[in-house]
Design a protein around this ligand. Structure first.
Ligand code: FRU
Length: 564
């Protein structure tokens, strides 16, 4: 009996222990001594709580890490794990206004601060997608550093490990063999003295042009501190761990918004190209060794939409359907300034000779890759097999991304989409087709929609689809063949009140008659793509219970379960 009791106590200790009461150093500062070997400190967070700066100190009291966290002030929304890595103490500081009685000692977080060897990531969110990539916990925005190597797709992402709102930008990391089932890996790039780690890309340096080793993965990211600069990190263990290049930064420019480098091998000039955002333009560089970059040209002045900041570019060569020819597409994510407010992905089609991109459309033409409201920061995988150009987008919008009704994690990526080009009435547009890997998810035919399903709709001239539930929540989608438009209305879709910018109707042009649509529904998202790749519309929805009724007028729908 005594032995059992002892074991039980051991088990408890092994699971977690309360942290000691912190030492209150001043009204705004508290010190937590670690004094033991647990893997994590679990920090209670309240999203509307007070923002603290935390300095993690080593045994010699040098700062080994600094981050911010919204400490639980009077209630706990969730915990975040801080990996201790042998830290000696943690120095918490907050800023209270001049007046007022409150001190750091009054925060409720201290009572629930715990040391633990484990952190429970079991899903607690009704809205967590099943077949879309999400972070195990914490905030995610842009997909970063996407590449394929040795049968594995690597996806990094803008990640906050210390809260489900934007902040503390690092590169999280997930891997997949089929672009659908993602496994969480350890984060790959952490902030340093040059700044937080903003968006960027990664390439596989097969011929060792950089000298880091043949087949090294070389990542490019923005070091965002007092200014924005471009840095390199490389991996010689297949992308598990990265070493920062000692010569960072590799690219600087005296403009405030200078970020999101996308690097690619350009076979036409047998060199690397880099494209990145600089204010209202995209700047293009070239290099033989990935370290020294020569400025080539800028694109953007007077072209397309300039309603917001230009971010996260990409530049890819794509086949034009039925012609045997290729053109280049320059991707320009823009926020705000999207067609329905906030963030969106615009693109330009033209020629690129390794030095200069020339847009073939009139300057005033704006083209959008997806006509929904939740499709942003789209970029493509590097080194994808079979010459495929596969894109992923972040399924949210900066207008309300921090407010969407989830907490344990925030935001998902779109389903993977293969890109090409097609021409309609003299203009060339991007073709967006659901990646073939999605077909493997198709399960049995079912009578009614579920919270994770695929709906295939053979459309006729005018087709209306209404997804609804018993609470009277509904999403209405309409294809109007005469107007050549497809519309989605989510004004009555469920929880819409968390932001004035959320309820909306999105409208897409369709280039020629639509034949068949594929709708991907996954808890809180609806992606509508047509099988000819002429329509893409991605919108989030937060129904209080799943839509279980589909009403179709003027078309024929088949509903498939998702086999995950
Ligand atoms: C786009 C963006 C990028 C930047 C990153 C920061 O969503 O603003 O331009 O690198 O997010 O998280």
């Amino acid at each position: 009996m005594r032995k059992t009791l002892f074991m039980f106590v051991l088990l408890l200790i092994g699971t977690w222990t309360w942290a000691q009461t912190p030492e209150i150093v001043s009204r705004q500062r508290a010190l937590v001594r670690v004094n033991q070997t647990s893997k994590y400190l679990l920090i209670p967070v309240q999203e509307q709580g007070i923002n603290a700066t935390v300095n993690v100190l080593g045994t010699d009291h040098k700062v080994v890490q600094t981050f911010s966290v919204r400490l639980a002030t009077d209630r706990i929304d969730y915990y975040v794990p801080l990996e201790l890595n042998g830290a000696n103490s943690l120095d918490f500081s907050v800023r209270f206004g001049q007046n007022g009685e409150r001190t750091i000692a009054d925060l409720s977080c201290w009572k629930e601060l715990k040391f633990s060897n484990t952190f429970d990531t079991t899903n607690r969110e009704a809205f967590r997608p099943v077949y879309h990539h999400t972070p195990a916990y914490g905030w995610m925005n842009d997909p970063n550093g996407m590449y394929y190597k040795d049968g594995v797709y690597h996806l990094s992402f803008q990640w906050n490990p210390y809260g489900s709102m934007w902040g503390n930008m690092t590169w999280g990391h997930s891997t997949s063999r089929d672009l659908i089932h993602w496994e969480a890996q350890s984060p790959v790039i952490w902030s340093d003295g040059l700044g937080s780690v903003f968006s960027g890309s990664a390439v596989v340096d097969k011929d060792n042009t950089a000298g880091f080793g043949a087949g090294a993965v070389v990542a490019f990211y923005t070091s965002a501190g007092a200014s924005q600069m471009q840095s390199i990190a490389y991996s010689t263990d297949g992308g598990k761990t990265f070493t920062k290049y000692a010569g960072n930064p590799v690219l600087t420019l005296n403009v405030p918004d200078f970020r999101d480098p996308k690097v690619f091998w350009n076979e036409d000039i047998k060199k690397w190209n880099l494209i990145l955002a600089a204010g209202q333009q995209m700047r293009i560089y070239s290099s033989a060794n990935l370290k020294e970059w020569t400025y080539e040209s800028s694109f953007g002045e007077g072209y397309g939409s300039h309603g917001g900041v230009w971010e996260c570019p990409d530049l890819v060569k794509l086949p034009v359907r039925g012609t045997g020819q290729s053109k280049w597409m320059l991707v320009c994510n823009i926020n705000p300034g999207g067609p329905f407010g906030g963030s969106a992905t615009q693109y330009f089609v033209g020629q690129f000779d390794g030095h200069r991109f020339t847009c073939e459309s009139a300057p005033e033409v704006s083209k959008w890759m997806d006509y929904g409201k939740d499709h942003y920061a789209t970029v493509t995988f590097s080194n994808a097999p079979d010459n495929r150009v596969i894109a992923l987008a972040w399924m949210s919008n900066w207008q309300y991304a921090n407010q969407v009704p989830t907490m344990q994690f925030r935001s998902a990526n779109s389903v993977p989409r293969d890109l090409d080009l097609f021409t309609y009435n003299g203009e060339t547009y991007v073709g967006v087709t659901p990646s073939k890997e999605l077909l493997a998810l198709r399960g049995a035919k079912v009578k009614a929609p579920t919270e994770t399903c695929e709906i295939v709709v053979d459309v006729r001239k005018n087709t209306q689809l209404v997804l609804s539930n018993a609470k009277g929540e509904e999403v209405t989608m309409t294809y109007d063949a005469a107007k050549q438009t497809f519309t989605m209305d989510r004004t009555k879709s469920g929880a819409v009140g968390f932001s004035e910018a959320f309820p909306c109707e999105t409208v897409a042009p369709v280039y020629g008659p639509l034949k068949q649509l594929r709708l991907f529904i996954d808890k809180c998202s609806i992606e509508v793509l047509d099988t000819d790749g002429r329509l893409a519309m991605t919108n989030l929805v937060f129904p209080s219970e799943p839509y279980n009724t589909l009403t179709v007028k003027g078309g024929k729908a088949t509903i498939y379960e998702i086999n995950n």
